[in-house]
Design a protein around this ligand. Structure first.
Ligand code: ZN
Length: 210
């Protein structure tokens, strides 16, 4: 239980909390009895996907899933993190300091030093806007990419954008996509997929609020 938030989703309410009263997501790595937010426990990636468990609360998923993504993952249609209950995803994007605060920093160096899987979706933490990509059923096909695993996403039933702990404005969404764009565009041009990526950008911007 935590006194910091009222109206917590029930499944989030059952999670342990840190000293500040923030629920500690199920995916977080623990070392010596201490949670290391937001470092991912790499072993839980496979467990979550294979056993159909929510990335945030660890409970069994239902048909509706929310994938929490930054604009880079949304542009690529692939993410390193498994899905969550929609309510759990929404709580995370609105209240997790690492997602709702654009300036929140993440210590990749620390993660490496501790031998944890680096939080591969770092763009999500720094882009200024975060999406919930909503699917029904499994919603993705996992594939190997470099050292890790990525989930290739099915088309979303709905796509919502958040910034600063609230629904994002259209301007915030387009700005966040623009931040992610140069890196991806460069790679896509080299691979001859420039036009395909540009079409994806137009499609993605179509999900921004007017
Ligand atoms: Zn959940």
């Amino acid at each position: 239980m935590t006194a910091r938030f009222s109206n917590l989703p029930k499944r989030v309410e059952r999670l342990p909390t840190d000293r500040r009263g923030f629920p500690i997501p199920w995916f977080v790595a623990w070392r010596d009895g201490q949670p290391h937010l937001p470092v991912i426990d790499a072993a839980k990636l496979g467990v979550a996907w294979n056993e159909d468990l929510c990335w945030v609360c660890g409970d069994k998923l239902g048909a509706k899933r929310g994938w929490v993504l930054g604009p880079m993952s949304a542009l690529e249609g692939a993410t390193p993190e498994p899905p969550s209950h929609y309510d759990c995803a929404r709580f995370s994007v609105c209240h997790c300091p690492h997602l709702s605060t654009p300036a929140a920093s993440f210590s990749a160096k620390y993660a490496d030093a501790q031998g944890y899987a680096p939080q591969a979706n770092i763009s999500k933490l720094r882009s200024g806007a975060t999406a919930i990509w909503i699917t029904r059923g499994r919603g993705a096909t996992p594939f190997r990419a470099g050292r890790g695993l990525l989930f290739g996403l099915d088309g979303p039933e709905r796509l919502e954008w958040y910034a600063g702990g609230r629904p994002a404005t259209g301007t915030e969404v387009r700005e966040a996509i623009a931040v992610a764009w140069p890196t991806l565009q460069q790679a896509a041009e080299l691979e001859g997929r420039g036009a395909e990526l540009a079409a994806r950008r137009a499609w993605l911007e179509g999900w921004a609020p007017r």
